[in-house]
Design a protein around this ligand. Structure first.
Ligand code: F55
Length: 828
């Protein structure tokens, strides 16, 4: 019996797989079954890991029927799909989200309790997949969650790094990196499909030959290749029956490759070759702002992009699609420039493999891609040296030159005689290499920034010539965060209060939090809200005590700065504020009793090669050790710096915050997304007019946001005048006393030079103008203290922050992408 695809069918083969029964008894049966058949142990002999694995596969089984059904519908209806191309996905733990998506949390908790198991212990067993650095990777994870929840067909494509972002430890206050062995106990969430592996070629040279039709053609003769093995992950929508797919590629040596060497008799060399191939997906590069121009990184980028395009195109062809219509089938969204090598790759496939003419191929390619930029820092823009690119991907370099020739012809036509402009806009910059952001801009149907201010600066400052040529290409989509993970799961008590007050529709329609606004004036509601904040503080205090031996005193203002460590984010400015408070108490300018009881929590990883960032971590830890131990402060000022800040810790920390620190130099933070998570969990923001802070402040209102610092135009002007940080040091006695205290040795056992790198940099370079904003920041912090003293008024503002920031749901971001960029509506 043959089905339409020529494959044998059986009536039962296409029948929907029934989900297991939704009852406590049914769940226990399934759980014990998984424990016995998957882990091979009885309950009495099972380890915590056995139990976690069995629980995960039990929950997974509930999702499986929906996954099969989603894939069946996609196969049948062939809807337009979003191919999200991202080198990073910072997913966080999966179990809680899967339980939420299947509505199994209560059943599982009760069922496990019947087996004598505390579900919290099993949750804690999960190692989060840290396959990203920070904001960009977490954004990708929020976006695929929203698309699944909104019933939009999407495949997320990326790399299955064997080692994700490093595990941070502190040794004598200094960051020491440990490998992240997230796979060592096995992952129950992945489905390897070695049979669907894809070959990826590298190196070699190109040849010209005459095809059967008499046209000149190009053949790439690669020197070596590897296999990409797909690992599928479920991306469940929230209670909607949809499960999309995240497909991460793992590199393996190809058979032909090692057979050749094995046959030559050099066994050791053959094994080394295998290692060489597998290195490609071995480790995530831990730089979050200064890309490493390393060959292995380019290999990673081409590797996952080549696998993903091959995969998508093969499936489209199987479905009977004509590649001329590919743009109706898919938009590939480029998450920053990391996957931009996909542009010449698609050109190569269409021209060299499917005989497209240049113009036809370019027309299809252009309409298939859209590009999101996540930065403004010049050093973050990827440029690949032409010799490196040509060595690794000779055919792609040729195609990039050709794309550039066609593009520059277009520029010359639009601006006749303006050779200087053509020179500025060239994708190939002489002396540097291939500017990937330019290539993405030329190829993309749309180019977007990630917050209003960022999109405007992208048009005006980073790509002004491009926006002059193609104004309609540029658009904004302000970032968002998923309310499932960052409110519903991370803040269960607050979720319950919201549910009791306005129902549970907000989880998929976050603007409905607006309905909470009137309750800001309800003393009863305020009291409940305050109680929940206190409960969240106790929860994180318990965790930090157990995890790090950190003491978080009761009744403190919890002031949180969590994000990657970078000079532009200005952790050093936060530190100057703390040291300034300490200095004032030490010198008797203020009494300890005048200091608002406050714990400042830092969470931050530094790129391993970023010396200034690592020194700043060292300094924070040393200041923390001194201040935390000094009785002069009467316990009113504490610094907590738990190591290894990650998504799991964020979920516990953010709901406990009173104050959210978003203090980047204006014009530097593209958007920020932590800022949104804090506001949604009822923290007030102290922040500059930067990134999405601008939009947060507009929505919550000036009275409920502590604005400080120069605006972006003021920053630009000060820069143009010539910024001299030393003049601020000289003119401001408190700033001078603060920096001098760091140099006095009180934080470094009398060593006056230990922190020279940080202090001298601030005094003499201060690229991100921390000293210029110091006064304004300290003044804003004084306002914070004043407001915090009036708890009623503070809680009112906190509630309004939550009620007015529903706009920052990633569901809304996805609607904006659908309307402005993908031009498709949600369909099954
Ligand atoms: C990672 C690798 C390289 Cl080579 C360069 C940058 C990164 C990276 O992680 N960037 C990043 O996280 N950018 C951030 O993206 C967020 C999401 O759009 C923004 O909110 C944030 O402002 C931006 O810094």
């Amino acid at each position: 019996d043959l089905g339409p695809s020529g494959k044998p069918t059986h009536p039962l083969a296409t029948a929907p797989v029934g989900a297991p029964p939704h009852s406590v008894d049914g769940f226990v049966k399934e759980f014990l079954h998984e424990l016995n058949t998957n882990q091979g142990v009885p309950l009495s002999l099972s380890s915590v890991n056995d139990q976690y694995m069995a629980l995960a596969s039990t929950v997974r089984n509930y999702l499986m029927a929906r996954w099969l059904e989603t894939n069946r519908k996609v196969h049948e209806n062939k809807p337009k799909t979003i191919g999200y191309l991202s080198a990073e996905y910072l997913l966080g733990r999966q179990l809680g989200n899967a339980l939420l998506a299947t509505d199994l949390s209560d059943i599982a908790e009760k069922g496990l309790a019947l087996c004598g198991i505390d579900i919290a212990t099993l949750r804690a067993q999960e190692v989060e997949p840290g396959l990203g650095n920070g904001g960009l990777g977490r954004l990708a994870a929020c976006f695929i969650d929203s698309l699944a929840t909104m019933d939009v067909p999407c495949v997320g494509y990326g790399i299955r790094y064997e080692y994700g972002i490093f595990r941070q430890t502190f040794v004598d206050g200094r960051q020491v990196e440990q490998p992240d062995t997230w796979l060592s106990l096995g992952s129950p969430w992945e489905f390897p499909h070695p049979e669907a592996s894809v070959q990826v070629d590298f190196g070699g040279h190109t040849e010209r030959y005459i095809g059967e039709d008499g046209r000149e053609r190009v053949r790439w003769v690669p020197a070596w290749n590897v296999l990409g093995v797909p690992y599928n992950y479920m991306v469940p929508g929230y209670l909607n029956g949809r499960v999309n797919t995240l497909r991460l590629w793992s590199a393996q040596a190809t058979k032909a490759f090692d057979l050749q060497i094995f046959n030559s008799g050099d066994y050791a060399q053959a094994v080394r070759a295998q290692t060489f191939a597998e290195n490609i997906s071995k480790v995530l590069y831990p730089e979050d702002s200064t890309p490493q121009g390393k060959e292995l990184r380019l290999q990673q980028q081409y590797f996952f992009v080549a696998c993903s395009l091959r995969d998508f195109i093969d499936h489209s062809l199987e479905d009977g699609f004509d590649l001329h219509n590919l743009p109706e089938r898919v938009t590939f969204q480029l998450n920053d420039t990391h996957p931009v090598i996909a542009v010449p790759e698609l050109m190569r496939i269409l021209i060299d493999e499917y005989d497209f003419e240049w113009d036809e191929a370019w027309d299809v390619t252009r309409r298939c891609f859209a590009y999101t930029c996540h930065t403004l820092l010049p050093e973050a823009l990827e440029v690949w040296p032409t010799d490196l690119l040509g060595r690794l991907l000779p055919r792609h370099l040729e195609l990039i030159y050709q794309i550039n020739d066609h593009f520059l012809a277009e520029v010359r036509e639009a601006f006749p005689g303006d050779e200087l402009r053509a020179h500025h806009m060239s994708i190939i910059s002489h002396g540097q290499g291939v500017r990937m952001a330019f290539l993405a801009t030329v190829a993309g149907t749309k180019v977007n920034g990630v917050a209003e201010l960022h999109s405007q600066l992208l048009r005006d400052k980073v790509l002004p010539d491009f926006s002059a040529l193609w104004p309609e290409k540029f658009t904004n989509v302000t970032n968002g965060v998923t309310p499932r993970r960052f409110v519903r799961l991370s803040n269960p008590k607050l979720s319950e209060l919201i549910n009791d007050t306005i129902g549970n529709g907000w989880v998929t329609d976050l603007e409905r939090l607006k309905e909470l606004e009137p309750y800001a004036d309800d003393p009863e509601f305020r009291a409940q809200f305050a109680e929940i904040k206190a409960w969240n503080k106790h929860r994180i205090a318990d965790l930090l005590r157990a995890r790090d031996g950190i003491d978080l005193p009761d009744g403190h203002l919890v002031d949180v700065m969590v994000k990657r460590l970078h000079e532009y984010k200005r952790q050093s400015l936060k530190l100057l504020h703390i040291v300034s408070l300490y200095e004032q108490v030490l010198s008797g300018k203020i009494a300890a009793s005048e200091v608002t009881p406050r714990t400042v929590v830092f969470g931050s990883k530094a790129a391993p090669g970023y010396a200034m960032a690592k020194e700043t971590i060292h300094l924070i830890n040393k200041v923390a050790a001194t201040i935390n131990a000094d009785p002069i402060l009467e316990g009113r000022l504490k610094i907590a710096f738990p190591a290894n800040y990650n998504v799991t810790l964020a979920e516990k920390l953010i709901p406990a915050a009173d104050l959210s620190e978003q203090i980047s130099l204006a014009g530097m933070e593209a958007s920020g997304t932590g800022n949104m998570k804090f506001a949604l969990n009822g923290a007030l923001t102290i922040g500059t007019d930067d990134g999405a802070n601008v939009e947060i402040r507009k929505l919550v209102g000036d009275k409920h946001f502590f604005l400080f610092g120069m605006s972006e135009p003021e920053v630009a002007e000060l820069g143009a005048q010539g910024y001299n940080p030393h003049s601020y040091y000289d003119a401001n006695p408190q700033l001078k006393a603060t920096l001098d205290l760091i140099s006095s040795g009180v934080f470094s056992n009398g060593d006056r030079h230990l922190f020279d790198m940080v202090v001298e940099n601030l005094k003499n370079q201060d690229r991100f103008m921390a000293l210029a904003d110091f006064d304004s920041y300290v003044a804003a912090q004084a306002k914070v203290e004043e407001r915090y003293a009036d708890q009623d008024s503070w809680m009112r503002s906190a509630i309004l922050n939550m009620a007015r920031t529903g706009y920052f749901s990633s569901d809304r971001s996805m609607r904006d992408y659908l309307q402005r960029i993908w031009h498709t509506t949600p369909m099954l």
